[in-house]
Design a protein around this ligand. Structure first.
Ligand code: ADP
Ligand code: MG
Length: 343
């Protein structure tokens, strides 16, 4: 179990990590998700004992990463954002050097290197110079060194960054395999990647932990089913007149909608994106009835699904919270527009 409590890291005025707490169990693939500059690498560098914290504690299976560094570090394999590879060596030579530095027993080194080469599917490349390997293979060498000594926790900082699409698929497959035997913690700024590989997601923004859940639960709980897109006969003013009097609608945006191309003498119609108050079904019925009563038939009525991407954008684009605000994930106010930007 990895326990992080009230972890904070300041660089002068910059608070890179701001009072983060979480607990990670075993046999799971966790993803740190957040935009560049969110504090992912800083958190990982502290968790692995490579960087001192300003405040807070990290324990690995009960061993404090600073007080009991040797025991704690033995339980972790780390691939930093920029792994220090010696490119004039072969993977075999490099892994030998790292194995000695990690204190792997001399008699075990050969077998241990063979094991990690196998696990990272590098056996055929073991004798080539690292500098002649593709970026994907070099990344595997970085992962292989993290696996030396067979630590239960493997921490990988942006393991697919800079790789081409095929290499990304291969590294993701490899990480899934590693997840069978190790607890894997990886970071990424790419939502789809974390969604594809990880069983739990920690969303980090502005140095704070803003959400921690399974991808499915994040979608379910944060994407409360409270938005509805409608299209109705009538102009914007007519739609506003109906919506303004409706308690079931807490906010909305309206815009003119185009009639289908072949409609003769098209009458004005309006699209509105609604944020509903209270029970979503009851609110939808109230909307339907109100438009019917105003003789403005609804032509379309569609729930707006907030997918994980929208949630991620909302959580990470929110202004940095004031220090006294609790870090529990909250659903920010929704604007009427759909988010289409990617991360
Ligand atoms: P991420 O890995 O999520 O992209 P980082 O942990 O690298 O984020 O950085 C978090 C914040 O801390 C950023 O604002 C970054 O500029 C700042 N930062 C990181 N390292 C240093 C450093 N050595 N000195 C000053 N500021 C730093
Ligand atoms: Mg980083």
């Amino acid at each position: 179990m990895i326990t992080v409590e009230h972890l904070t890291k300041r660089y002068g005025e910059v608070t890179a990590v701001d009072d983060i707490s979480f607990t990670l169990g075993e046999g799971h693939i966790y993803g740190f998700l957040g935009p560049n500059g969110a504090g992912k690498s800083t958190t990982m560098n502290i968790m692995t004992g490579c960087l001192a914290a300003t405040a807070g504690t990290v324990t690995i299976d009960g061993c404090d990463i600073f007080e009991d560094a040797r025991a704690a570090k033995q339980r972790i394999g780390y691939l930093p954002e920029i792994p220090p590879l010696y490119t004039d060596e072969t993977p075999e030579e490099y892994l030998h050097f790292v194995a000695e530095a990690k204190g792997v027993a001399k008699r075990d080194i050969t077998a241990e290197i063979a094991r990690v080469l196998e696990e990272t599917r590098l056996t055929d490349m073991a004798g080539r110079l690292i500098r002649n390997l593709s970026k994907g293979y070099r990344q595997r060498v970085g992962i292989a060194q993290a696996l030396l000594g067979n630590p239960p926790y493997i921490i990988l900082d942006e393991p697919t960054v800079g790789l081409d699409p095929l290499q990304i698929i291969e590294i993701r497959d490899l990480i899934r395999d590693l997840g069978q035997k190790h607890t894997v913690i990886l970071s990424s700024h790419i939502l789809s990647e974390v969604q594809a590989i990880c069983e739990s997601v920690l969303i980090i923004a502005h140095g704070k932990l803003v959400a921690f859940d399974t991808p499915e639960n994040l979608e379910k709980t944060l994407a409360a089913n409270n938005r509805l897109a409608i299209e109705a006969d009538g102009d914007e003013a007519a739609a506003r007149a109906v919506l303004d009097g409706l308690g079931a609608v807490s906010s909305y945006t309206v815009q003119p909608a185009a009639a289908p191309a072949r409609t003769e003498a098209p009458a004005p119609r309006t699209r509105a994106d609604l944020t509903l108050a209270g029970d979503a079904d009851a609110a939808a019925r109230a909307v339907f009835t109100a438009f019917a009563a105003a003789d403005l038939p609804l032509l379309q009525m569609t729930p707006i699904r907030a997918d994980l991407e929208n949630i991620f954008i909302e959580l990470t684009e929110a202004e940095p919270a004031a220090p006294e605000v609790p870090e529990a994930p909250e659903q920010p106010e929704q604007e009427g527009t759909d988010h289409e930007s990617s991360v």
